[in-house]
Design a protein around this ligand. Structure first.
Ligand code: NAD
Ligand code: GLY
Length: 368
């Protein structure tokens, strides 16, 4: 098992990564579960795959699971499900010192974390991430949110979990497409600040995706350690450092918006394409070799991900994609910061990007 400390002032916690952690849940929670009944929020698919393991782990240690099982999918990150979840926690008589368990992907983690942040002005929660994306990104760092009709993740809070248990066994039941979407966030850590890790992904990514256990543990632990370093230094995204985690997200967000935030393009798929675009745009500006940008595209294609936006059938031009970017929540006093690259592993925040140039660039990419 790998243990990565996340040393946030006033709210330090551990991310534990290994196989079989859910089956030994209570031992890992070491005294945090104070009452017999333990509230667990999950979605129906995760409950079907892993509910019994969690139920047994709690039962064997003298606890009883109180389940709140939501419909799978992004639509559960809503005002309605937030209100219903908070009401349910109140009915369960959860106190500020109690822990709520969030068993699921980013949807469950974000919703449960937000509910925990406002219940009685803040109760505690433990992340039990069940997707690769949640293990390497959303369960760590304390961003919680719901979506509103105005956009994704527009209402939320910073609220750190007390513990994250990333059980690698859960990845065995995750659909391949979801695994690949999470893999984009793994590669992101290499591209934004660690060229050696990108090389590792190039050499070992396929094996990791195909189930190589040591490679999985290395990839998740290395990613979590990278995220921990960043959120420790810039918890609330005020210093321009945490913003680097948005590499590929501004371009990706436009692609997700153009495809209606639907199953046509998963978030991680948009991020992978967005990182290729950020790299090629950087190359077009003379910041990095085009060969490096194409190397990134080739890597995603080799593991079976879309790497060219021309293949998406978007039926729009560059201006339409830029128009989506203007609704990005990262807009800051009329300008949109972009994460660009001076090379693989050398991301930086650019505040001087001309959106007409972006539209021209996207027109060319759409025709590629
Ligand atoms: P998700 O939570 O919707 O899970 C994807 C699908 O996989 C769902 O259908 C789920 O039921 C299923 N699933 C989950 N675990 C499974 C398992 N082990 N076996 C079988 N099926 C399983 O999606 P996600 O990609 O994990 O998360 C996306 C969300 O995360 C988005 O809402 C995004 O905004 C958010 N996010 C948050 C942060 C953050 O820092 N808080 C970072 C990145 C993304
Ligand atoms: N996923 C981006 C962040 O946590 O800041």
């Amino acid at each position: 098992m790998a243990v990565i400390p996340v040393d946030i002032a006033g709210a330090p916690y551990e991310v534990r990564i290994g196989t079989g952690l859910l089956a030994n849940l209570v031992e890992h929670c070491s005294g945090r579960l104070r009452k017999r009944r333990v509230p667990v929020v999950t979605d129906a698919r995760v409950h079907a795959a892993w509910g019994a393991v969690v139920e047994n782990a709690l039962h064997q240690a003298g606890h009883e699971a109180a389940w709140r099982i939501l419909p799978p999918g992004e639509a559960s990150k809503s005002w309605d499900q937030l209100a219903a979840t908070v009401d349910w926690l109140l009915a369960e008589e959860v106190e500020r010192g109690d822990h709520v368990l969030a068993l699921g992907g980013g949807v469950i983690g974000d919703l449960t974390g937000f509910a925990a942040s406002i219940l009685k002005r803040g109760c505690k929660f433990i992340q039990l991430p069940t997707t690769l994306l949640a293990q390497v990104d959303s369960s760590v760092g304390g961003k919680t949110a719901i979506n509103t009709p105005a956009g994704k993740n527009l209402v939320g809070a910073f609220h750190q979990p007390s513990l994250v248990l990333a059980d690698l066994a859960v990845l065995d039941t995750l659909p391949r497409r979801e695994l690949l979407a999470g893999y984009a966030e793994v590669v992101k850590y290499g591209l934004l600040g660690d060229a050696d890790f990108f090389q590792w992904c190039d050499a070992n990514g396929a094996a990791m995706l195909n189930g190589d256990a040591p490679a999985r543990e290395y990839a998740v632990a290395h990613s979590v350690a990278a995220k921990a370093r960043i959120v420790q230094a810039d918890e609330k995204e005020t210093l321009g450092l945490r913003a680097l985690l948005n590499l590929g997200h501004t371009f990706g967000h436009a692609l997700e918006a153009q495809t209606g935030f639907s199953d046509r393009l998963l978030h991680g798929e948009g991020v992978a394409l967005g990182m290729v675009l950020a790299a090629r745009f950087s190359a077009r500006r003379g910041l990095m070799p085009m060969a490096s940008a194409d190397h990134i595209a080739r890597h995603f294609a080799e593991v079976g991900m879309a790497s060219e936006i021309a293949t998406l059938g978007l039926n729009c031009d560059g201006k339409a994609l830029v128009a989506h970017m203007l609704h990005d929540k990262k807009m800051d006093a009329g300008t949109l910061p972009f994460v660009l690259m001076r090379g693989i592993g050398e991301a930086f925040l650019a505040r001087d990007v001309d959106l007409d140039e972006v539209a021209d660039f996207l027109d060319a990419e759409l025709q590629r």
